[in-house]
Design a binder for this molecule. Sequence first.
Ligand code: SF4
Length: 106
Amino acid sequence: MTILKCSATTCAYNEDMLCSRGEIDMMGESAHSAEETCCGSFREKSQGTMNSAKNGCGCETIQIDCKACGCTYNDKCKCTAASISVDGNDARKCDETKCSTFQCEC
Ligand code: SF4
């Protein structure tokens, strides 16, 4: 599994820069850059998910289903990178997050 660090601390699943969701969906079907990816599992804290969203504590490793098939680390919609960094300081929605580890095969 992949080690995930996430700076989207406005997300209900974020626990000290780790993700507590257990698995996430990364979006970006036609992405050619990190900016064109986003975390489809992002949920803003203020949407009432604050307590119910948590699936336990933040874990270092996570299962990542990823639609960004143009990324070097993507193998049949699974992320094979040893570690990734998701960024989204002050994010309010999915589009304001990105996988900074994305590397275009192009
Ligand atoms: S590194 Fe690539 S395959 Fe892994 S989550 Fe990021 S965009 Fe998807």
